[in-house]
Design a protein around this ligand. Structure first.
Ligand code: ACO
Ligand code: OAA
Length: 466
C-alpha cells in the first residue's frame, strides 16, 4: 500500500490550518438528517418514561440506569458490543482489511463509528492518507513528552502527552473566536480526527521514553498503515503483531480492537467514555475531554485491569511454576478472594456472559499461538474461574472480560512491559469516544448535571417525607 498523501491542508476563514476531511461531507449529510430526527423525537417524547430510578441505582453506581445519549455503540448484556448496529463478528467479516490481513483496519472502524457505514476502497485510501498527515506531532510536542520522567506511569505520560497537544485544538480556537453553536461539530470533528491520528505517536513516544533506553524514536513510515506504524514505534516488526494491533485497536475501539479494533467503543456508560462525554458536555475541547477519559481508564477496575490481570497470571506462575494444575488455579483464586482483592479480568458491570472481545482474543490465540504456557493458563482460567466466582454468590457476572486475555497475547509477541498495556487500550478507545463526541456536539447535547442526594435526603425520600 502506498499512502503518500497529496496535501489536504487548507486555511479556514479564521486562518487556521484545516484539513479538507474526506469523511466530513459524508458525515454532514447524516448529521443534518439526524438533527431533524432528534429534535422531533425530543419534542414528541420529552415526557415519556423509559425506566425508574431505585435506591439501589443511586447507592450502586447508577448500575442499570439509562441516562446518556451516546450514538456510536450499544452494549447488550449477553451479545456484547454493537458498533452502529453491527456486532464484532459482523465487523470482523465486513470491515476493510490490510492486503493479505485477516483483521479489520482501525481506519475503517473509525469511519464506521463516525458515519454508520464502512468506507469504500477509495474513501479508505484517502482517509488513511489523511490520518497519516494528521498524525504528525510538532518538535515542541515531541520534546515535551520526551521530557517526562521515565519512571512516571505510562498512563500518566499518555494523558499528559494528549494535553501537550491541546494548545492546537481547533475547536478551542473556534470557540474563542465566537463560532456559532450550530458549527461546534465541525471543529470537534477536526480535533477528534487529530486526536485519533496522533495517539499512536504519543503512545509510541511514551513507550520509547519509558523503555527505549535512549534509542532514537522511529519516524512515521508513509508506506505503513495506522496499526503497523504503531507497532513500529513499539519496536515490534513481526507481521503478525501488526495484525494483532489492528484487531486490538478496533476492540478497545480497544487489539485493543480484538485488540485495536474491538475495544474502541463500549457504549457511553463505561468510565472512560462517560468521563470523556461528561467533560465534553461543558464544551471543553476533545483533547481535554479525551485526557479526562484516559485518567478514568487508568483505574484498576477499568482499563488498568489488563495490566493487573497479567500481574495476576505472572504471580501465579511465580508461585506454581509452569507445571500448574487447574486445582492450583482454584486455590489461587480462593486466596485472592480471601485477601479482599478482585480477580482481574473477570466480571462486568453490564455483560452477563463471556465478553465476545475475550472470545475474539481466544480465536486469535487459537489461530496464531501454539504452546505458550501463559496463553494456556488464560484458557485454563476460563475453565476454572467462572465457577469459583459464581460460588461466592455475589458476583453478578463471573465470566471473563476483554482484559482477561489481552496481556498474555501481548506478552507472547514480546510486549512484556505490562505497565504500558492500558496505553494500548487508550489508543484504541480514542476511536470510539472521539467519534461519539462529534455526534454529541452535532446534536447539541447540553451540559451534564444530574442531581445528587445525601443519605439523609434519600432516607426521607423513601418515606415520602421529601
Ligand atoms: C475494560 C473493562 O473495564 S472491563 C472490567 C475490568 N475490570 C476488572 O476486570 C476488575 C475485576 N472485576 C470487577 O472488579 C467487577 O466485576 C467490575 C468492576 C468490572 C464490575 O463491578 P460491579 O458491576 O460492581 O460487579 P458486581 O455487581 O458483580 O459486584 C458485586 C460484588 O462482586 C464482587 N466482584 C465482582 N467481580 C469480581 C471479581 N472479578 N473478583 C472478585 N469479586 C468480584 C464485587 O467486588 C462486589 O463485591 P462487594 O459486594 O463485596 O462490594
Ligand atoms: O463497559 C464497561 O463498563 C467496561 C468495558 O468493558 C469497556 O469500557 O470496554
Amino acid at each position: 500500500m502506498n499512502i503518500f498523501a497529496k496535501s489536504l491542508l487548507s486555511k479556514s476563514q479564521s486562518g487556521q490550518r484545516m484539513f479538507a476531511s474526506v469523511v466530513r461531507n459524508k458525515l454532514e449529510a447524516k448529521i443534518v438528517e439526524q438533527q431533524k430526527v432528534f429534535s422531533a423525537f425530543k419534542k414528541e417524547h420529552g415526557n415519556t418514561k423509559i425506566g425508574e430510578i431505585t435506591v439501589g441505582s443511586v447507592c450502586g453506581g447508577m448500575r442499570g440506569m439509562a441516562g446518556i445519549l451516546y450514538e456510536t455503540s450499544k452494549l447488550h448484556p449477553i451479545q456484547g458490543i454493537n458498533y452502529r448496529e453491527k456486532d464484532l463478528y459482523e465487523i470482523k467479516e465486513q470491515a476493510p482489511r490490510a492486503e493479505g490481513g485477516r483483521e479489520p483496519l482501525p481506519e475503517g472502524v473509525l469511519w464506521l463509528l463516525l458515519t454508520g457505514e464502512f468506507p469504500n476502497e477509495q474513501e479508505l485510501k484517502e482517509f488513511q492518507s489523511e490520518l497519516y498527515q494528521r498524525g504528525h506531532l510538532s518538535k515542541d510536542e515531541e520534546r515535551l513528552i520526551q521530557a517526562f520522567p521515565k519512571d512516571m506511569h505510562p498512563m500518566t505520560q499518555f494523558s499528559m502527552g494528549v494535553m501537550a497537544c491541546q494548545p492546537n485544538s481547533k475547536y478551542a480556537k473556534a470557540y474563542r473566536d465566537g463560532v456559532h453553536k450550530s458549527k461546534y461539530w465541525e471543529t470537534t470533528l477536526e480535533d477528534a480526527l487529530d486526536v485519533c491520528a496522533k495517539v499512536p505517536r504519543i503512545a509510541g513516544l511514551v513507550f520509547n521514553n519509558s523503555y527505549g533506553h535512549g534509542k532514537p524514536m522511529p519516524d512515521q513510515d508513509p508506506s505503513l498503515d495506522y496499526s503497523a506504524n504503531y507497532a513500529r514505534y513499539l519496536g515490534i516488526e513481526d507481521k503478525n503483531f501488526s495484525e494483532l494491533m489492528r484487531l486490538y485497536l478496533v476492540l478497545h475501539a480497544y487489539i485493543y480492537f480484538i485488540f485495536i479494533n474491538f475495544i474502541s467503543d463500549h457504549e457511553g456508560g463505561n468510565v472512560s467514555a462517560h468521563a470523556t462525554h461528561l467533560v465534553g458536555s461543558t464544551l471543553a475541547d476533545p483533547y481535554l475531554s479525551f485526557a479526562a477519559g484516559m485518567n478514568g481508564l487508568a483505574g484498576p477496575l477499568h482499563g488498568l485491569a489488563n495490566q493487573e490481570c497479567l500481574r495476576f497470571l505472572l504471580d501465579f506462575q511465580t508461585k506454581y511454576g509452569t507445571k500448574w494444575t487447574e486445582h492450583d488455579i482454584r486455590d489461587y483464586v480462593r486466596d485472592t478472594l480471601a485477601s479482599g482483592k478482585v480477580v482481574p479480568g473477570y466480571g462486568h458491570a453490564v455483560l452477563r456472559q463471556t465478553d465476545p472481545r475475550f472470545m475474539c482474543e481466544l480465536e486469535f490465540a487459537n489461530h496464531y499461538i501454539h504452546d505458550d504456557n501463559l496463553v494456556n493458563l488464560v484458557k485454563a482460567c476460563y475453565r476454572v474461574i467462572p465457577d469459583a466466582l459464581a460460588q461466592t454468590g455475589k458476583v453478578s457476572n463471573p465470566w471473563p472480560n476483554v482484559d482477561a486475555g489481552s496481556g498474555a497475547l501481548l506478552m507472547h509477541y514480546g510486549l512484556n512491559q505490562f505497565d504500558y498495556y492500558t496505553v494500548l487500550f487508550g489508543v484504541s478507545r480514542a476511536l470510539g469516544v472521539m467519534s461519539a463526541q462529534v455526534w454529541s456536539r452535532a446534536l447539541g447535547l447540553p451540559i451534564e448535571r444530574p442531581n445528587s442526594l445525601t443519605l439523609n435526603h434519600l432516607m426521607k425520600k423513601v418515606k415520602n417525607e421529601l
